[in-house]
Design a protein around this ligand. Structure first.
Ligand code: ACO
Length: 322
């Protein structure tokens, strides 16, 4: 039987961090560092310079993940980029990343659009490709430039998000690896979190900025993150106390704390990086994973529970032995 295993992780945050006070001053936002820290836990974020795209951020994160895995770009036969802020309408950020990595072996490349759950979706898709025997070495990336879709006049959203990328190399292996996965969607909730615009006839029609009902998103996120965690634990025949590290989508520290509490996990078992980079959507889970791998918290053989929730609504989780 073919299993899958993460052989390397990498991440990248562009430029210097922008703290809350600097962001407020630059965009004249009617807010305060105290409000943002108290309601969200966010202290700073990174913002990509003009012209820097999701595939540029993905490139840096991918190089680091490949180095960590001891792999060359030529070893990769599948590239999946989770993003809601791709460089272009098309081609995909994954195809552009393939080109920037200099991969000329015909590796399959495509994007996954599941907003903040995108990385969990992409990881699950890559796992299914590898377990089928069709592919052996996948680069799975979450990369976003959410700063491009923020309305700086809307204080309830513009202080929450940042830009960044995270990547893993997922390979065929003799032993697990990924233990259990689940991913879901319910499109009837599309109205509480969306960017309801499109390009048509050379102009943007509708609204090109992120719009959100924060309280509705908060309640929905906490519920489904707990539900899907229980679902994958049951599928793997495991209990929450066997989880060494919970690595949720980094949206808001209060959502992370509420999720850990519902799973009866002590807060110190939850990897929290949102203070350093804000909500980076599909990039946030691999960013948090890479941070905790590189600072030595996550070690080989430990059980990790990765889970995300985002616009759509979409949600999903993966339980794995690192
Ligand atoms: N600074 C100061 N005041 C603000 C700000 C701000 N940046 N934003 C909103 N306020 C004000 C509101 O206008 C409101 O004022 P009022 O009482 O005079 O009307 C007051 O603060 C309270 O607003 P609420 O929306 O009730 O504040 P809440 O405690 O719910 O916090 C927040 C808002 C942080 C958005 C919260 O609802 C939240 O985190 N929701 C989850 C959203 C999220 O994380 N989305 C990420 C995308 S989805 C995902 O990743 C899962």
């Amino acid at each position: 039987m073919i299993h899958t295993r993460i052989s390397g992780t990498g991440s990248y945050l562009p430029g210097e961090p922008v703290d809350n006070a600097s962001l407020i001053a630059k965009h004249q936002i009617d807010s305060s560092d105290d409000w943002i820290v108290e309601r969200t836990g966010i202290r700073q974020r990174h913002l990509a310079a003009a012209g820097v795209t999701s595939s540029d951020l993905a490139l840096e994160a991918s190089r680091r993940a490949l180095d960590a895995a001891g792999r060359l770009p030529a070893d990769v036969d599948l590239i999946i980029v989770a993003t809601s802020t791709p460089d272009y309408v098309f081609p995909s950020a994954a195809a552009l990343l393939q080109s920037k990595l200099g991969i000329i072996n015909g590796a399959a490349a495509f994007d996954v659009q599941a907003v903040c759950s995108g990385f969990v979706y992409a990881l699950n898709i890559a796992e299914k490709f590898i377990r089928s025997g069709s592919h052996k070495c996948a680069l799975v990336v979450g990369a976003e430039v959410f700063s491009r879709i923020l309305d700086w006049k809307e204080r309830g959203t513009c202080v929450l998000f940042g830009d960044g990328a995270g990547a893993v190399v997922l390979e065929a292996a003799d032993k697990p690896g990924l233990l259990a996965s689940a991913f879901h969607a319910d499109g009837s909730h599309h109205g509480i979190l969306s960017v309801p615009g499109q390009v048509c006839g050379g102009v943007v029609t509708g609204d090109p900025f992120l719009r959100m009902d924060g309280q509705a998103v908060f309640k929905f996120a906490v519920k489904v993150l707990a539900d899907v965690a229980h679902e994958v634990l049951a599928a793997a025949g495991m209990t929450a106390d066997q989880v060494d590290w919970l690595i949720p989508h980094q949206a808001n520290v209060r959502i992370l704390q509420a999720t850990a509490k519902r799973l009866h996990l002590p807060p110190e078992k939850c990897v929290v990086t949102v203070a350093e980079h804000g909500n980076t959507s599909a990039a946030s889970i691999p960013l948090a994973l890479d941070t905790a791998v590189r600072d030595g918290r996550i070690r080989r053989g430990q059980n990790l529970l990765l889970e995300g929730v985002g616009g759509g609504f979409t949600w999903g989780a993966t339980l794995l032995e690192y």
